[in-house]
Design a protein around this ligand. Structure first.
Ligand code: ZN
Length: 343
């Protein structure tokens, strides 16, 4: 084929026509091959440029390259046009409106059962005028033992296998009772506190025992406080916490820091007090308590001739287990969401 600018004009007219007539992408692809491919019309024309007289060659070359660019642009433009038409022609049902895709659900946590139980206990006692007092988890021997009438060599120390720190005679507190002493040292009656927090004992771990657990201690010191005030307080707490139908049972007990000392049990909610596998003969022990020993008051710089008071202590873990029917204390510290999600 002889090549000249007129040929290129004919190629251009033909190409424009065919491109604008192309109705689908396959046709456009074929056109690109026919026009710009290795054996395409324009490629052939470019190849023939070499045979032109020198004075025509550069003008024809420029024209051919411009045409090549134009064809490429027209092919791309027609492709976009076809795509636009295709989208506009889509039936409504084929549309996916991304603004209607629901957002990914946010996984929401909730309070741990121990925290829930403590929140409820705190609320109950705050209705009776108690405030929350906290103390150190690393204690000295005096506050953990001696000030609570547990001198060195006292058999009560054997009941609590303690974690001692390597230096200075410090230990991880075995109970929250030292908070009583610390609070009395700093405050004069009337005193109404609950002291929640972790305590530590070197226990063999089983379904009912852990080496770390939580206690809630209570202390009330005022003028003219009697055992009946303590019993009434336990009854109010038990019914608020476990249900108005619950009964309480008071029995004698012994603690070095209270005199007299009692143990309190609440009637079992599962068997209504007739006895079942979850209770002991219809009763569930919930706390130890008693009238504060005069020497303990004196250790707290409070005059036992003028003031009297009562103290009580309960295991927060046990209260949560009773409240939510949890059979194994270890589950409370496993952080297994499948378990925690139930509460
Ligand atoms: Zn029962």
């Amino acid at each position: 084929m002889s090549v000249n600018v007129g040929n290129l004009d004919a190629i251009a007219v033909d190409a424009r026509q065919r491109i604008s007539a192309a109705a689908d992408e396959a046709t456009l692809n074929q056109l690109r091959i026919d026009l710009l491919g290795k054996k395409g019309v324009l490629t052939g024309a470019l190849r023939g440029l070499g045979s032109l007289p020198a004075d025509q060659r550069s003008a024809a070359g420029a024209r051919a390259n411009a045409l090549k660019t134009e064809i490429d642009q027209r092919l791309n433009a027609r492709r976009q046009e076809l795509e636009q038409n295709r989208l506009q022609g889509l039936a409504d049902s084929e549309w996916v409106d991304v603004t209607f895709i629901p957002e990914a659900a946010v996984s929401r946590g909730h309070l741990h059962p121990l925290t829930q139980a403590l929140t409820e206990i705190t609320a109950i006692f705050s209705r009776l005028g108690y405030e929350v007092a906290l103390g150190p988890e690393v204690e000295d021997d005096y506050h953990n033992f001696q000030a609570l009438n547990i001198p060195e060599g006292h058999p009560a120390r054997d009941e609590w296998d303690s974690f001692y720190l390597a230096q200075g005679g410090w230990l991880l507190r075995t109970h929250t009772s030292p908070v009583q002493i610390r609070f009395m040292e700093a405050h004069q009656p009337p005193i109404r506190i609950i002291a929640p927090g972790p305590v530590y004992r070197h226990e063999a771990t089983d379904a009912g025992h852990e080496s770390q657990f939580h206690q809630v201690e209570g202390l009330l010191v005022e003028e003219d406080i009697r055992m009946s005030d303590l019993v009434g307080t336990i009854e109010y707490f038990s019914r608020s916490m476990f249900g108005a139908e619950r009964r309480i049972r008071i029995s004698g007990d012994h603690f070095p820091f209270t005199e007299p000392s009692i143990g309190a049990a609440v009637s079992c909610g599962i068997c209504q007090g007739t006895g079942c596998g979850s209770c002991k003969g219809g009763w569930l022990e919930i706390m130890g308590a008693g009238m504060v020993h005069p020497q303990v008051l004196r250790n707290g710089r409070i005059d036992p001739e003028r003031y009297s008071g009562f103290a009580f202590g309960m295991g927060l873990d046990r209260i949560a287990m009773l409240k939510y029917n949890i059979a194994d204390i270890r589950r409370l510290r496993e952080s297994d969401v499948r378990f925690l999600r139930q509460f």
